[in-house]
Design a protein around this ligand. Structure first.
Ligand SMILES: Nc1nc2c(ncn2[C@@H]2O[C@H](COP(=O)(O)OP(=O)(O)O)[C@@H](O)[C@H]2O)c(=O)[nH]1
Ligand SMILES: [Mg+2]
Length: 314
C-alpha cells in the first residue's frame, strides 16, 4: 500500500511537504493561514500516521503561534512543529528507568498482540538490563504454543539468562507464579515476563492476562511494577486499537514501538503516545538483540519532521 505512493512525495521530508503547503506564497505566514492551507497540512499529518488527536493538536498550535505573530519565517514554523511534536512525545527523563520495589525483584510484564515483537523485545531488554547490572530472570508465560516457549528458551541460552517455563498449554499464571518464586530464591533483581497475545479480541485471553496480573501481585507486593505494551509501529491505527484493549486489562506503564527500522512510519509513535497516554520507553529497530533504542522525544521529533525518509532512531 505504501509503495503506491508516488516517489516524489516519498523523497520529501514531512517538513518539505508541510512547507510546500504552508508557504505557497511568502506572505502566508505573516498574514496568517487560510483554512485551506491548514486543511492541507492536516491531511499531510494524517497521511503520515499521526492520528486525529495529535494532528489536531499540532495544527491548533501552529495556528495559534501564527496568529500571535510568533511565526514569521520558515524556520520559526519548522521549530514550532518540532517543538509541539516533541511535547506530545514527552515522557520520563530516563525512559529505561524502572519502578522498583524497596526489596525483592522488580517485575516487568510484557504484553501485546502476537507478532508485534514481544519475545524479541523481552530478549533485548534482558540483555540491556543485565548489562547495566541487573540479575535478570525470564518467564515464558506464553504457553499457547510450544514454539513460543522454545523461542524464549533459545534467547535465554544465547544470552545466558535463566528462564522459567511450563508445559505448552499450561496455566500462564502458574508459570508466572513459579517464575517469581525462582526469582526470589535466586535473588534476581529483575523478572521479565513474556505473555501470550493471540486472539486479543477474545475475552478468554484477556481474563488470563488479568489473572497473571492478580497472581503476581499476590506473590510480590506491587507487581507488576512495570507493564509494557509492545506495539508494531507499521500498523498505524490498528496498534492504537490494540493498545486500548490491553489497557482495559492491565494499565500499561510504558510502550515499546517495534519495527521502526523498515519503512518510515514514525508518525504512528506520536499517535500511540498521544492516544494511549502512555510514555514510550524504547523503540525496536531490528531483529537483533542490540536493536533497541531508548526513546528520546526531541531527537525523534526532529528526525521525524526533517529527515527525508522519516526518523532514523539511532
Ligand atoms: N524488523 C524488525 N523485526 C522485528 C522487530 N522486533 C521483532 N521483530 C520480528 O518480528 C517477528 C515477531 O517477533 P516476536 O518477538 O516473535 O513477536 P511476539 O509474537 O509478539 O512474541 C520476528 O520475526 C522478529 O524477529 C523490530 O524491531 N524490527
Ligand atoms: Mg512471543
Amino acid at each position: 500500500m505504501a509503495s503506491s505512493r508516488i516517489t516524489e512525495s516519498k523523497k520529501l521530508s514531512l517538513w518539505g511537504k508541510l512547507k510546500r503547503l504552508a508557504l505557497t506564497d511568502v506572505g502566508a505566514l505573516v498574514r496568517g493561514f487560510k483554512a485551506a492551507d491548514l486543511e492541507a497540512m492536516e491531511e499531510t499529518l494524517l497521511e503520515a500516521d499521526f492520528g486525529v488527536q495529535a494532528t489536531t493538536d499540532i495544527i491548533n498550535e501552529v495556528e495559534d503561534q501564527v496568529r500571535l505573530g510568533k511565526v514569521k519565517t520558515e524556520d520559526d514554523l519548522k521549530a514550532t512543529i518540532v517543538r509541539r511534536v516533541a511535547a506530545l512525545l514527552e515522557g520520563p527523563g530516563d525512559p529505561g528507568r524502572l519502578h522498583r520495589p524497596a526489596t525483592g525483584p522488580a517485575v516487568l510484564l510484557v504484553m501485546g498482540v502476537n507478532g508485534t515483537g514481544k519475545t524479541t523485545t523481552v530478549a533485548k531488554l534482558a540483555a540491556r538490563y543485565r548489562r547495566s547490572g541487573d540479575s535478570v530472570l525470564l518467564v515464558a508465560a506464553d504457553t499457547y504454543r510450544a514454539g513460543a516457549i522454545d523461542q524464549l528458551k533459545a534467547w535465554s541460552d544465547r544470552l545466558g539468562v535463566p528462564c522459567v517455563s511450563g508445559a505448552p498449554g499450561g496455566d500462564p499464571a502458574a508459570v508466572a507464579f513459579d517464575g517469581l518464586e525462582a526469582a526470589i530464591a535466586r535473588n534476581a533483581s529483575l523478572v521479565i515476563i513474556d505473555t501470550a497475545g493471540r486472539l486479543h479480541t477474545q475475552e478468554g485471553l484477556m481474563d488470563e492476562l488479568r489473572k497473571v496480573g492478580r497472581v503476581i501481585g499476590r506473590k510480590v507486593p506491587g507487581a507488576p511494577h512495570e507493564a509494557w505494551l509492545v506495539l508494531d509501529g507499521t500498523v498505524g491505527q490498528n496498534a492504537v486499537q490494540q493498545g486500548r484493549l490491553f489497557s482495559q486489562v492491565i494499565p500499561p506503564t510504558g510502550l515499546v514501538v517495534t519495527k521502526l527500522d523498515g519503512t518510515a512510519r514514525g508518525g504512528a509513535v506520536v499517535a500511540l503516545r498521544r492516544e494511549l497516554a502512555v510514555p514510550v520507553r524504547f523503540l525496536g529497530v531490528g531483529e537483533a538483540v542490540d536493536d533497541l533504542v531508548p526513546f528520546d522525544p526531541l531527537r525523534f521529533a526532529e528526525e521525524l519532521v526533517t529527515a527525508s525518509d522519516g526518523p532514523a532512531p539511532r
